[in-house]
Design a protein around this ligand. Structure first.
Ligand SMILES: Nc1ncnc2c1ncn2[C@@H]1O[C@H](COP(=O)(O)OP(=O)(O)O)[C@@H](O)[C@H]1O
Ligand SMILES: [Mg+2]
Length: 253
């Protein structure tokens, strides 16, 4: 089985990486793909909370420190995908060895999604290095987008392609950066634009994916579309702005 390993990264925290990773795992599963989600945010894990996996016996931390077998750290989620959580305790482990963990998992799933910490620290670097490509999550505002440029550079230094930018929590307000601003600044396409919606918050409170909470909610529709693009079932439009930006010196940072 061909496995695609994708890291979900961002420059700034709180942009919605963990929420997106959890919902995307569910959306891909609904497209009949086998999915493993890994919490690689070993210093600030919270994917398990979205998955209702609390105090797991084995987790990524105990695997990295050699205390557990990888097979014991893989949990089945009721929605049909699999999860490797990380520890909520202060992590003393480091991500050295993460690439080997991934190597042992490749071939067993269609997709491996890796939720990461924010920023371009070593923890994130190891996750990107173990991936085939990255999804960059940002909000449509200057601090998030300018920090996104840092992780974009990290991915490109590691030779990993950017699948696209996910603009999350868009409210359509006039103060937001436009799609064109974001594409020009980052020199990458927007693969998905997910609106801000209370249904996302409500679904977290209920311990469900937003798709299971309300499949017709605008974020659910958009995340489904993103999952179909990742499966090659829906076309990913190459923006004319990206093409333009790549031709104008100084625009593509
Ligand atoms: N599309 C959205 N609409 C509304 N709230 C959202 C959306 N995406 C994420 N959130 C909220 O933002 C908070 C932070 O998201 P999280 O996934 O933890 O960010 P990160 O992992 O990037 O730090 C979540 O608790 C969630 O309530
Ligand atoms: Mg997170």
């Amino acid at each position: 089985m061909m496995t695609e390993v994708i890291s979900v990264i961002s420059g700034k925290g709180g942009v919605g990486k963990t929420t997106l990773t959890a919902n995307l795992a569910d959306a891909l599963t609904k497209q009949h793909k086998s999915v493993l989600v890994i919490d690689a945010n070993i210093s600030g894990a919270n994917l398990g909370l979205h998955m209702n996996i609390l105090n797991p016996e084995a987790d990524l931390n105990s695997v990295l420190s050699g205390k557990s077998e990888i097979a014991n750290a893989i949990y089945s989620h009721a929605s049909g995908f699999h999860v490797i959580p990380a520890s909520l305790n202060m992590a003393s482990e480091n991500m050295r060895g993460f690439k080997d963990v991934i190597s042992g998992l490749v071939g067993h799933f269609d997709f491996i999604l890796i939720d990461t910490a924010a920023g371009a620290d070593n923890e994130v670097k190891e996750a990107i290095a173990a991936s085939d490509s990255v999804l960059i999550v940002t909000n449509p505002e200057i601090p998030a987008v300018s920090n996104a440029a840092l992780v974009k550079r990290l991915a490109s230094n590691l030779g990993k392609p950017v699948k696209g930018i996910v603009v999350n929590m868009s409210r359509g307000e006039y103060l937001e950066l436009s799609d064109m601003d974001i594409i020009k600044f980052l020199g990458e396409n927007i693969i998905s634009k997910i609106p801000y919606h209370d249904d996302v918050k409500q679904s977290i409170v209920l311990g469900k994916s937003v798709l299971d909470y309300k499949s017709t909610s605008p974020p659910s529709v958009e995340i489904t579309s993103l999952s179909r693009k990742l499966c090659g079932l829906e076309e990913q439009k190459d923006s004319i702005f990206k093409t333009l930006a790549s031709k104008i010196p100084g625009l593509n940072r």
